[in-house]
Write a protein that binds this ligand. Structure first.
Ligand code: THU
Length: 132
């Protein structure tokens, strides 16, 4: 996937910073903006488990914190350890349905497995601001 080589490499790079002493499951994420900036995140766990932040949420929140919005985001990559292809948790899907465009490419990578999807496919019939 030549087109996504940059975000895949950067997601792998930040995966090294994952703080995951409880699950030993290491995740890295990279958001690329349309003006070619990269925002990175790794999963950061907590002894109280529920306070864990997933890698993709950290990366997306970093981009938003710097003023970028969904229209500015070109793509996101999430790389995971483990033997099956990584797939985002329900909480992250709910965050992504609000903070990414429906068709923004979401590149999922684990080892030699890769899938390009989007949030419309990952979270159909979702609850959004339009539901309020
Ligand atoms: N995790 C992520 O960071 N992203 C995902 O897409 C799936 C799960 C993290 C949360 C927790 O630190 C560990 O992986 C195991 O669930």
């Amino acid at each position: 996937m030549e087109k996504y080589r940059d975000i895949i490499e950067k997601a792998y790079e930040v995966q090294k910073n994952a703080y995951a002493p409880y699950s030993n499951f290491f995740v890295g994420a990279c958001v690329k903006t349309k003006d070619n900036k990269y925002f990175l995140g790794a999963n950061v766990e907590n002894a109280s488990y529920g306070l864990t932040n997933c890698a993709e949420r950290n990366a997306i929140f970093q981009a938003y914190s710097m003023g970028y919005r969904k229209k500015d985001i070109e793509s996101i990559c999430i790389v995971g350890s483990g033997k099956n292809l990584i797939t985002p948790c329900g909480a992250c899907r709910q965050v992504m349905v609000e903070l990414l465009e429906k068709d923004t490419p979401i590149v999922l990578v684990t080892g030699d497995k890769i899938k390009i999807t989007n949030i419309e496919e990952l979270l159909p019939f979702s609850f959004t601001d339009e539901s309020l």
